[in-house]
Design a protein around this ligand. Structure first.
Ligand code: ADP
Ligand code: MG
Length: 269
């Protein structure tokens, strides 16, 4: 972006455990994402991916520690945390009666003093982010009237307008068709290459995860069971044992892709 943020930060997750009531859903999770790195958390439904991101943000109670450039996030003032970390949730709740442009502009709040009017720089960042996500033509539409995919892009735009050092994306492509999914992931990839933004995302599409992330962390029943380069984590064995899936892993030019295989003839009823 022509108005870069402060560059990426190193994120460390140390011994993070979390629960819903008495049900433990994350167990001693350890992860480190280097500045400008992209780690995608993969894993079957219910393995704890969303809870992990929400815990890193401090939105879900947890044990263990999260550090951003060595500084623990517990006790970090909210505004300071919002200048470091931006989040695009899996199921965003968008406010009623707010235009798309005003919604994206909410991302500038952590950069302004309380009640101060937006400055020209704020408008510039918002306009630029909206242009890059093809939202300019939707600026005056109420954000509640956008389609699922448009809303997902608006939520991402709001997070980018925050000019964070770390972007936390929960299933950023879930509501998007393939072309829009690639557009969003290409943009995130450019931001981390040009501005050094650090990205921690979940991605349930394993082929997209294998192509875009430089590290994968495979979560299974709340534990990291494999972490490393995509080609080392995405294996047919791992897909069989943790997803119960039959699949072939194919080497692509930018990383592994997954080809699901239907059951052999004898196994179909
Ligand atoms: P994922 O994002 O990998 O699909 P989640 O982090 O959403 O997994 O969920 C992890 C586990 O926590 C699942 O078993 C899920 O059912 C449970 N869970 C998620 N949200 C709640 C909630 N609000 N109350 C109780 N259990 C929950
Ligand atoms: Mg989830």
């Amino acid at each position: 972006m022509s108005t870069p943020g402060a560059g990426g930060a190193r994120v460390e997750v140390l011994g993070l455990s979390a629960a819903f009531g008495r049900t433990r859903v994350l167990e001693d999770v350890r992860l480190a994402v280097e500045p400008g790195g992209w780690t995608a958390v993969i894993g079957p439904n219910g393995s704890g991916k969303s809870t992990l991101l929400r815990s890193v943000l401090g939105f879900h109670p947890h044990e263990g520690m999260v550090r951003v450039d060595g500084v623990p996030t517990t006790g970090m003032p909210r505004r300071e945390r919002a200048r470091q970390l931006a989040y695009a949730p899996q199921r965003p709740v968008v406010p009623e009666g707010v235009s798309t442009a005003d919604y994206v502009a909410l991302g500038r709040t952590p950069h302004r003093s309380l009640l101060a009017a937006p400055r020209p720089g704020d408008h510039r960042v918002v306009a630029e982010v909206m242009g890059r996500l093809e939202l300019t033509g939707l600026a005056d539409r109420l954000v509640t009237t956008l389609s699922g995919g448009e809303q997902q892009r608006a939520v991402l735009a709001r997070a980018l307008a925050q000019q964070p050092r770390v972007l936390l994306l929960d299933e950023p492509t879930a509501a998007l068709d393939l072309g829009h999914a690639q557009q969003v992931l290409d943009l995130v990839d450019r931001l981390r290459r040009q501005d050094g933004l650090t990205v921690l995302s979940t991605l349930h599409d394993l082929s997209l995860a294998g192509q875009y992330a430089d590290r994968l962390a495979l979560l299974s029943a709340g534990r990291v069971v494999a972490e490393g380069r995509p080609a080392d984590v995405l294996t047919a064995d791992a897909l069989a044992s943790h997803y119960g899936a039959r699949a072939e892993v194919v080497a692509g030019p930018h990383g592994p892709a997954v080809l699901p295989l239907r059951a052999p003839d004898g196994d179909r009823g």
